[in-house]
Design a protein around this ligand. Structure first.
Ligand SMILES: Nc1nc2c(c(=O)[nH]1)N[C@H]1C(S)=C(S)[C@@H](COP(=O)(O)O)O[C@H]1N2
Ligand SMILES: [Mo]
Length: 493
């Protein structure tokens, strides 16, 4: 046979076998994961483990460079590497399937190890990487012992691979959206007061739509947790453990609160803040049932995906919310369905655990949360800040009266004053929109007659304690950025 120019030995055919093995393995794993637990999909399990093991500096770089697409880039990169390895193994498996089989065993083993390391996966989840491993081995083995695929066979198998992948995706999404739809509208017993007309100037709107609400989390794909399966355990330094299911929470008197959430990684002028009417139960009420022992000073919360946050108990008891709704609807899946925490005035990384399933009453001395271990602060109240929303950077506006609009926030303290200045000139006060409550952002607007030219406008806010945000720029790590936001624009002649 050696040297015979048959299809069976062509380089292209060997490459096809390698690609088919890798793609087939990933797709069958994804399909099985659709049934046993979406995050068991080998690519995702390995990717999520990689994210948790990645040094913070690399993670920061990835987020800065790829923004919201950082996870797609990671998944795509992993896929490319796997395909390349598959191609190499395909080429090497010319005489014997052994290189391919070894590759399948190694990668399958990696998937199995990753699944075991994920806190959100049950034992059955291991079936997903096992399915991948078996598929990989079979593809290499079958195509060596019989013959490599003909074109027709290859097309059929490729179609099968795509169908398995898409099927897995549909299965994963089906369950939880059905569960969320079944929850229906949420009507709070104590609604938030209506938002006054003059709370915003049009853009951005005072209430952020659920779709536009910023999103930040470490999850490679959104954790899929059905309301029916949801269990929240409250334990640690309590008189008695409390276990709440979703139905239990829903039956409690629901309150609604208008709150502006902010991410600590928001740069000066950045987009990571949004406002919503959150519906839920005050954590104070839930913790009263558990009876918190006096020694506890931290509420250590854990998400179904293993992410953790440590929140000062005092803030939790004062104004912490176990939220199940946003703007009248159940929480969107990517914002923590079926339940999350929200604590106004604290950055999300120390307070806003999504898909929260465990709350342990403990001390800061005893337990360290996810980002604390990675160099971020333990205490992280939201800093007084302001942002210019229009004109946009480098915009050209007509001469005459020029409108500068923006946003300011100092959750729990409230905004007292916002000022703007042009080209280092004197500070002039902006007009503030109606205040909704001290836990929300406040819109502002300044109108000035400007002659044609290039302008730099800056803004700064003062909160109700009399504190004015400082000029000095500090980066987000470890406890939030500071500095005045500025924008350059042109007034046309
Ligand atoms: N499970 C989980 N919850 C999480 C996070 C996370 O990575 N995983 N990120 C936190 C951070 S840093 C922020 S700012 C908020 C963002 O909430 P949002 O995505 O609903 O805006 O969620 C918090 N809750
Ligand atoms: Mo955040």
């Amino acid at each position: 046979m050696a040297g015979t120019p048959s299809v069976g030995n062509s380089v292209l055919a060997r490459i096809a076998v390698g690609v088919l093995a890798v793609a087939g393995a990933l797709a069958t794993g994804h399909l099985v994961a659709g049934i046993v637990g979406p995050n068991a999909s080998p690519l995702l399990a390995v990717g999520n483990t990689a994210i948790d093991l990645t040094p913070s500096a690399v993670k920061d770089f990835a987020v800065r460079t790829f923004g919201t697409y950082d996870k797609l880039v990671l998944l795509g990169g992993m896929g490319l590497v796997l395909l390349t390895v598959g191609v190499v193994a395909g080429l090497m498996s010319r005489k014997s399937p052994l290189p391919g089989v070894i590759l399948a065993l190694l990668l399958g083993g990696l998937g199995i190890a990753a699944v075991f390391s994920r806190p959100d996966l049950a034992f059955v989840a291991v079936l997903a990487p096992v399915a991948s491993l078996v598929t990989g081995v079979l593809v290499f083995h079958v195509f060596k012992t019989s013959s490599v695929p003909g074109r027709r066979q290859f097309l059929l198998l490729s179609a099968g691979v795509v169908a398995a992948g898409v099927g897995g995706q549909l299965l994963a999404a089906r369950d939880v959206s059905t569960s969320r739809a079944a929850v229906g509208d949420l009507t709070p017993a104590t609604p938030t007061p209506p938002i006054p007309q003059d709370a915003d100037f049009g853009t951005p709107r005072f209430i952020t739509s659920n779709r536009d609400f910023y999103r930040v989390d470490t999850a490679l794909t959104v954790p899929q947790l059905r309301a029916e399966d949801y269990v929240l355990r409250i334990h640690g330094w309590v008189d008695r453990e409390v276990v709440l299911r979703f139905a239990d929470i829903r039956r409690l008197p629901l309150v609604e609160r208008t709150i502006t959430m902010t991410c600590v990684s928001n740069e000066v002028g950045g987009p990571y803040l949004s406002t919503s009417n959150f519906i839920g139960v005050p954590l104070r009420d839930i913790l009263a049932d558990a009876g918190v022992k006096p020694d506890a000073d931290q509420l250590f919360s854990t998400s179904v995906d293993g992410w953790t946050a440590g929140t000062p108990l005092a803030d939790i008891l004062d104004r912490g919310l176990l939220a199940i709704g946003m703007n009248g609807e159940p929480l969107p899946i990517e914002h923590g369905f079926p339940a999350r925490m929200v604590v106004p005035g604290l950055y999300g990384f120390v307070s806003a655990t999504k898909w929260v399933v465990d709350m342990e009453l403990t001390t800061f001395a005893d337990k360290q949360s996810y980002w604390l271990k990675r160099g971020w602060a333990q205490r992280a109240p939201i800093k007084t800040q302001s942002r210019i929303d229009s004109p946009a950077g480098f915009a050209r506006v007509p001469a005459g009266k020029v409108q500068i609009t923006g946003t300011a926030w100092a959750q729990t303290r409230g905004i007292a004053k916002v000022e703007v200045r042009f080209d280092n000139g004197p500070w002039v006060p902006a007009r503030l929109a109606a205040e909704v409550n001290v836990d929300t952002w406040r819109m502002w607007r300044a109108e000035l007659d400007l002659s044609p030219g290039l302008y730099t406008v800056e803004c700064r806010a003062t909160d109700k304690t009399g504190y004015t945000q400082p000029e000095q720029r500090v980066p987000p790590i470890p406890d939030g950025a500071t500095g005045w936001h500025s924008t350059i624009f042109t007034v046309e002649g």
